[in-house]
Design a protein around this ligand. Sequence first.
Ligand code: FPP
Length: 258
Amino acid sequence: MTQSTWHDEKLIHAAIIMDGNGRWATAKGMPRIAGHRAGVQAARRVIEVAPDLGIRALTLYAFSADNWKRPAAEVRGLMALVEHFVRREVERCERQGVEVLAVGRRDRLPRSVRAAIEEAESRTRRGAKLTLRFALDYSSRDALVQAAALAGSDCASREAFAYALASVYGTPGRRLPEVDLLIRTAGEQRLSDFLLWESAYAELHFTPTLWPDFGEEDLRAAMSVYRQRNRTFGGLDEGRHALPALPAAPNGSQRRLA
Ligand code: FPP
């Protein structure tokens, strides 16, 4: 994930706060876990189409460090979904050139979840089409504190600090991907301790769509809006804005994974 391979104007790092699973389920008279299950399907749809829409890295906020406060049954359910998803998708990821990584604390995750993730990371490490990161037991502020302690007085530059942060995430030696586009679903407009350092210049996109209803068209719409944004990074407009429009969606495209 070096700058030269993908961090240009066409290939981006998108990060998603997948919110609204509980509301989706409640509105249908279903238990919250049914919303999370539907949320997994939405994640699969997005992962499948992301590379075609110019996304080279995708970070999904699957479980925050604060989510441990939820009822034990919901936490268990979420962990089981993550494990099941990772185990089930690893082969496809390997085949399709998707590199799987987890960011966040690992020591509090159930052993079987950790094992599934580690296996996926090791099997997919050569994937070059998409880097798919799951933020799990993740807190950006905790990561920043740890990185500061790790970097200590060596932390002379932003670049050096970004490497320290990558080490905290378990990807030492790799430059941290800046977030280009941060999406949050379900109408909330906050960051919830997600990728605070990496999102310094992220374009923010909020949509009322509940995460389980999110699909290719929503991602396409978010990318279209992103491509019209004028990103000057604090400088002056030097014609960096208005990337070419995305190619039209193929007919009847609501692609599904097999
Ligand atoms: C927020 O919705 C969502 C979460 C806390 C978990 C997100 C997890 C998944 C989509 C499942 C795991 C994903 C993968 C890809 C393995 P909420 O429960 O806070 O919704 P609410 O605000 O409507 O209650």
